[in-house]
Structures are given as C-alpha cells and as structure tokens.
Design a protein around this ligand. Sequence first.
Ligand code: BGC
Length: 605
Amino acid sequence: MSAPTLPQPSAAQVEARVDTLLGRMRLAEKLGQMIMGERASTTPEDVRAYHLGAVLSGSGSVPGENRPADWVALNDALWVASTDEADGRTPVPLMYAVDAVHGHANVRGATIFPHQIGLGATRDPQLVARIARIVAREILATGLDWNFAPTLAVARHVYWGRTYESFSDDPSLVATFAEHFVHGIQGTLRDDGVLACAKHWIGDGATFQGIDQGDAQVTEAELQRTHLPPYLAALRANVQTVMVSFNSWNGTKCHAHPYLLTEVLKGRLGFSGLVVSDWDGVDQVAEGLDAAIVLSVNAGVDMIMCAADWRRRLDGLQRAVERGEIPLARIDDAVRRILRVKVRSGLVDRARPSARPWALSETFGSAAHRAVAREAARRSLVLLKHEGATLPLQRTQRIVVAGKHADDVSHQCGGFSAAWQGTHGNEAIEGGTSIWQAIRAIAPAATLSVDGSAADPAAHDVAVVVIGELPYAEGMGDIRPGGRITPPLPGGLRTANLEPYGSTLELATRHPEDLAVISALRAKGIPVVTVLLSGRPLLVDRELAASQAFVAAWLPGSEGAGITDVLFGDHDFEGTLPFPWPAAAPSPDGVAPARFPRGFGRTYR
Ligand code: BGC
C-alpha cells in the first residue's frame, strides 16, 4: 500500500489553477472538454484533435483481452493524446469512466460484490465503505479515473428493473450508505481514490408504475422528503460528479430541467462539481439533436455522454454556440466545473496511468478483496422461512443441489457484470465460485442435479435449490403488467425502447421451472432449502410454501462461499429486508400489502 503523494490544494489554489487553464483555452478546446466519447468510437487521435474531456466504457465495452494491462495501455494512450502540447494545445488530462456499480465487473478477474440491494440488507455502512475502497483500488489498478456509482435511487416500485441498484426504499438508509460509498470511492481525492458519481438526479426510483426512464409523478415535497436525502449526504461527502436521470419529473425531462439542475443542485445545494448527462440522454429532450443540446446545456448539463457518435454532438454544440443559442458564459461555467473536478481530484498532476501508484496492483481480484465480497454476500442473506431443523446443513449430509442458478456465477452476479445485461455460466466471471462449487468444496457427499431429476429419497437427505430471476439491467428488467415494450408516457415523452422482463412479479408464472423443481423434490419427500437469486422481492408464496427453508440472497456476486458460510452454520443469518416483501401485486404507485415488512429477517437463534 502506498501513501498518497499528491499535495491537497486549497480552494483558492484550485480556482487559480482553473482560471489559468481556462484563460489559455480556445473555444474548440472548451467545447471538446464538454464531450465524453465511448471507447469503441473514440481514438487517441480524436482526443488530441478534438480535445475531448472524457471517455467512458459502456458496460461490456472492453479493450483487447480485457486484462488490467489492456485498460492501462488504453488510458495511457488517451492520456498522452490529451496532454499533448504541440501547436499551442492546452494539455488537460482526460477522465476515463466506468460503471463499477458492484465491483469493476466489466474487467476479467475483478472482484464482484453483491448489488446494492444486497448491501442494503447488511445494514452496515462501514462494510459499504470498505467495499467502495476496494472497488476504487481495482479501478486504479486498471489506470482509470471515474466510477459512475453510487446509484442513489430510492426505489419505490419493485417493478422497476433497476430496483437492485437501490440500497433500500428507506431514504435515510440510502443516505447513510451514500455518504460511506462516496468516501470509500474518492478517498482523499488524491492518488488513492477515483471520482464517484451520484446518479441519477433525480427521482429515478419514483417513476409511475416503476417504468425505467419514466415519469416521476410526485410533488416537490415528496421529491424532497424521499429522493433528495441521499444526494445531500453524497454532497456532504464531497462527491464531485452527478449524473442526470433519464426520467422526467411531472412531464419534464430531467435532462432539460433548469430548475432541478441549475437552480436546485448547483444553486441552492451549492454543488460546484460537474453534471454529466446519461447515455445519449440529451437526445431525448427534443426532436432535433441541435435543439436537444441547446435545451440540455442551458438547463445545466456540463458534459455530454455520447453512446457512439460524439462528433455529431460536438458539432451540434459548436453550432449552438455560433448561433448564440448557448451563451459563452454557460460554456465557461461548464468547462470551469470540469476543470475544477480535474484539478481537485489531482488528475492534472497525476502521472500517466501506467506510472500511477496503484496501476497494475496485484490486489486486483485478490484473495483479500474476495474475502470482503464473501463477507458481504454472507451478511446480505435474509432468512424468510425456516421449519424444523433443516438448517444448518451438515458437511457429511448427502445433499442434492438443484435449480437453474445452482452452478452459475454469472447468474449470481446479475446485470452490469461482464456485459450490460449480465451473462450466463461460469466462464465469463473469472475467479468466482458458484454456489454448487462452494458446496462441493466442503460437503463431499453432495451431488449436482440442476433439474432435480437425479434426486432420490434413499440417496439424499436434503436438497438445496437455487432459483430466481435471470440477469437483466435497466428497462429490460422492468415488470410491465400490460407487457408493452413502449409504455405510454404522459405528454408523449420518449424513453429507450427496451423489451421488459415480464408482466408479473409472480415467480411461478415467470419461471414455472423453479416451482417444478421444488415440487418434484417435495413429492419425493426430500426437504428443500430454497435460495432465491433476484434483483428485488418477488411474489413467491407457492415456492415458500413448498420449501422448509427459504433464503433471499439477492444478487450476491462472485463469491458463492458467502452462501455456504451461512447454510452450513459457520455464521448465522444477519441480513434483514431492505424493502418490504409484497404479498400481492403493487398498485401503480408501488404500494402493496407486505408478506414480510422491511427489516424482517430470521436467524438460527
Ligand atoms: C445508465 C447509467 C450508466 C450509463 C453508462 C446508462 O444506460 O443509465 O447508469 O452509468 O449508461 O454506462
């Protein structure tokens, strides 16, 4: 471990440095700073020629063989281009951003932690800080600068496909975790941290019917009471960047909302860092791209995140400035904020990525990091039902292990793992352990039979059945009772056109194969311990009734041994529900009778 080496500048020193840089920059250089290109469509030459301020990797977008060295080499080349001083160019290092929302999960061999809903179940902010610290270290090992995390959504409707990115539906819990997460990611904002990003401002978890990118039809008082507190906490923790949300607030897109972006966030709350748009989120606010850019930038977007064609956005920005539709003062303010973040975070003083203290650190994906992921998985488990003395399991028992998720590390990790929508099987997530692998390692008489057909009451004492949702991300995880791809939004608002996951929260309808396995085992007289992997609470009354023990494991990440640590009694259950568990389908505004209340969780005692 190396101590931070960069000195901490005072606020006055930061502003003086920003003034000097800004004073040197030509208009083209300023406009380039406001553009963030995606890795696949942005070369070092583009960065040099157009002065681009940042690059991102969308989830699943990876360089070379996807090893830490490939990432370091890529950001080295981009950094060299951005700091080129030839022809009077102002050297301003670019920032490289990723979605390390539950570990640096895009990169082969990274440690993958439970998704935020599971961390919410642990109720332990110190654990969240430790995890965020490790995530920052793994990002630094790959030479990158910026993490698009934490998600500060207070998810109020479990139909929403991003519910698992939400720590809880309790604003005060999300606020506490927000503060610890930001501290963990940013560290001292010198050599030992990366930039955090509070997202998605604001009301992403408040949309009508839980529709991703939908309309938050709530009063200002409700926005303030429920959805603002996590941001106040993140700002207190000195978060340097905020991402705008795709959603609208009462019919107006957040990306085109001067009140929310400029008046409230930058004005009243005094946020002095940068506001980045979401993935082509600017495009959604008007019919023509130029008009959309004018609306968003004037509303307060400082940096435009571009999925593919950053050049069109840069040209549009330039035309808008030439036509006087975006005042130069707004451009200067946006660039000042971007430069301020780069100066405050020490980026302007850092060596090239490959020469930074943590670059290629061997702690990436290390046993020590995995031990923390295992601890988090273990502590996130919530015991919903336990009959008789089925648990804890004994290592000598003849256990039949079944269910489609029993031997699948990718399914344990869910979305934003190796690929945007997640993936399948044990190959894509290197270094992890499936639940079956973890059981096999300690219970020599255990056997795997995914569909349960090999189960035999004469040969098996007990069954562990691992069931649940398949990986998904964002709108593709939505539950839409009408089953529509494009749900109607008031005022004809546009959203991404993503196919939802299903039309009901009832697991037995969406995944009847799970109940079939449990029922077949029960019919054979074998007691069943069910482990549910899911991004949210589901309607599981039938699976619950058929099981002797039932564990909500959320999306526990790469370390399956976190589950066996508890199933075999080396540790007790500690997790409690971060969301109420519904007993019936929720109303359009997310309200449902509770089968188990928030905070529920049984133990062995
Ligand atoms: C998501 C953001 C994410 C961005 C970049 C968007 O689709 O809404 O949460 O940070 O993509 O990958």
